[in-house]
Design a protein. Structure first.
Length: 309
């Protein structure tokens, strides 16, 4: 077998999407999103997508770059996926080695990588010197059988107006402001700073998986108070990109309200499976998702390795 590692080309998109789906089947990944992400990454991120090719066939990929929006310099990511049938043949090792060499050349001090909580993936990471950090709990809701809480017959509570992201097409800045505040409060192992509005427009608002019609927004006295972002793949899969409530409006059930509205919209649009992921320490959202009937689907661990100077 001849194994080579090279830079991604657009014709590889279907194979890369298949590799990602094999490793993380709950994510909204399509050939279109693979190409879009590789072409639209910020210059400061130094994003690079490598593929492993065995005997002329793409069997795995690794996306890498630096956390350009972190307040701490020298932090990077490298996430590797390999098709199930090609594992154990050197593709993963070749990709990780190439990624570490590239990131080291950028002056990276630490590399973070997502790994499924299963023996093969964990052993692979730990043998390469990665240590376990935070976990993410992935949950699944079967929209074909789930008993969603009914939408209020009389409409939303007094003073609350339910809209969709599509209603903000002419001016999405209020969604940006809400997202910036809520993201600051997200638990995680990499502290990030607020993205400039133009970058948020390009990366979040312009993401091809964002479904604006299914993204629900609660407005209180003209202020975006809460929202639930929907990403879809056009094949019946729905991913909750983010559900957040501004600090001044928490404790009023608005997260449940927007998420319930979004899930109802998703089911009406033909989505069959809803997935969401939460940091293991994000008790409030874990409780919200349990209330909806989500069940555990997978556990991911963030592993980190310090690169030698």
């Amino acid at each position: 077998m001849t194994m080579t590692v090279r830079d991604f080309r657009a014709i590889d998109a279907e194979a890369v999407a298949a590799a990602r789906q094999a490793a993380f089947p709950y994510l909204v990944t399509t050939p279109r999103t693979v190409v879009w992400e590789s072409e639209n990454a910020p210059v400061e991120q130094h994003y690079r997508l490598l593929v492993a090719e065995a005997d002329g066939q793409v069997v795995g990929a690794c996306e890498m770059g630096v956390f350009h929006d972190s307040g701490e310099a020298g932090l990077a990511f490298a996430n590797t996926t390999v098709n199930a049938g090609a594992r154990g043949r050197g593709a993963g090792s070749a990709l990780v080695t190439a990624a570490e060499e590239y990131l080291s050349g950028l002056g990276t001090a630490k590399v973070f990588a997502w790994t499924l909580d299963e023996p093969g993936s964990v052993t692979f990471a730990e043998r390469r010197g990665y240590r376990r950090s935070r976990c993410s709990r992935v949950q699944r809701l079967d929209l074909t059988t789930a008993t969603l809480p009914p939408l209020g017959a009389g409409g939303p509570p007094d003073g609350v107006e339910l809209r969709t992201a599509a209603d903000f097409a002419d001016d999405p800045r209020p969604l940006y402001e809400a997202d910036a505040e809520c993201t600051e409060d997200e638990p995680g192992d990499v502290d990030t700073t607020r993205l400039p509005y133009a970058e948020w427009l390009a990366l979040s608002w312009g993401h091809p998986a964002l479904d604006r019609e299914l993204t629900s927004v609660a407005v209180v006295d003209g202020i975006v108070a809460s929202y639930s972002v929907a990403h879809t793949d056009g094949r019946g899969r729905y991913w909750s990109g983010m559900t957040g409530t501004l600090r001044a409006f928490r404790g009023r059930g608005l997260a449940k309200l927007t998420k319930n509205d979004s899930l109802h919209r998703a089911r009406s649009a033909g989505c069959r499976e809803a997935f969401t992921g939460n940091d293991g320490d994000n008790g409030p959202m874990l409780a919200v998702n349990k209330w909806f009937g989500y069940e555990p689907a997978a556990t991911e661990w963030r592993y980190v390795r310090e690169l030698s100077a």
